[in-house]
Design a protein around this ligand. Structure first.
Ligand code: ZN
Length: 289
């Protein structure tokens, strides 16, 4: 009997290779938006479909949040990645088409925004395939990036995503630089880890199920500036998890704008998308130094 009985992660990642960022940049900023709309509330409890005020948190996204954020990104000439659920693209095609027309990357974010549960691969096969189908049918897009709804994943899901053509995941929290997953049968998708400090949901939403106070401008900016500055020192990627129903709210929008202004002071930051990071990393893998 093995004495090594401690639980181990099912997939063991290789150490992050020391690939430089392109063009001599010191670090990367990856603005990611999770377009959940009402599906995040449906994914928590399907009975929320009849709770119309609960649903209206998500409805804000298509009515106000997405148009406002697209205007902000255009003003700063920033390209971002929008991870959209299949439910959202079917329910709000016009808002999602505007994201695509503005030149942003579209990523996969499940269908019902169900949190992946280990041991239930069948549900995830349906979630993943239905999400692909909706993005293709409504937007004509085949995404290469995936962000796990509610930030959970497991080995068989990663293998499924790879086999369906997903080239990168942006869900893990175990590094500040991209790395490649290793699955039992070979390489998995690239991981562009998220930074939980840059998840606006932590600071900017309160509702019936979680009636905590909101965080104010100075608190959020203080965290974001400090986190970004040290990530930059370490040469990492600041991966953001923004939600239009949070950062599309008036006061949160101003916080995000001030943060973009702050980062603009540096000329050594690579403002980029998941697709571009993946292409760069894959090129480095093909031609290591
Ligand atoms: Zn989400």
């Amino acid at each position: 009997m093995s004495t090594d009985s401690a639980p181990r992660p099912a997939n063991l990642a290789l150490p992050a290779p020391d690939f430089p960022w392109p063009d001599g940049k010191k670090c990367a900023l990856f603005p990611g938006f999770d377009v959940d709309a009402e599906s995040v509330w449906l994914g928590m409890d399907r009975r929320n479909a009849d709770r119309l005020v609960t649903m209206s948190y998500g409805g804000y996204e298509a009515r106000v949040g997405i148009p406002k954020l697209l205007e902000l990104l255009a003003r700063y000439e920033v390209k971002a990645t929008f991870f959209i659920t299949g439910w959202t693209v079917e329910a709000h095609p016009t808002a999602c088409e505007a994201i695509l027309k503005a030149g942003h990357e579209i990523g996969h974010h499940g269908y019902w925004h169900l949190r992946p549960e280990p041991g239930d691969l069948a549900t995830m096969v349906e979630e993943v395939d239905r999400g692909f189908d909706a993005l293709k049918r409504v937007l004509g897009v085949v995404p290469i990036g995936y962000r796990a709804p509610s930030g959970e994943s497991f080995t068989e899901l990663l293998a499924l995503l790879r086999d369906r053509g997903i080239r990168y995941s942006s869900s893990w929290r175990d590094d500040i630089r991209p790395y490649r997953h290793v699955l039992p049968d070979g390489p998995g998708p690239l991981e562009i880890p998220v930074n939980y400090s840059f998840d606006d949901w932590n600071y900017g939403i309160t509702h019936r199920m979680s009636s905590r106070a909101l965080f104010g401008r100075e608190e959020v900016l203080s965290i974001w500036r400090d986190e970004f500055d040290q990530t930059r020192e370490w040469g990492g990627v600041a991966t953001m998890i923004m939600h239009p129903q949070v950062s599309g709210r008036p006061m949160r929008y101003r916080i995000l704008e001030e943060f973009l202004q702050y980062i603009r002071r540096y000329d050594d930051v690579w403002w980029t998308t998941g697709r571009e990071i993946t292409a760069h990393f894959e090129a480095c893998e093909r031609s290591p130094r």
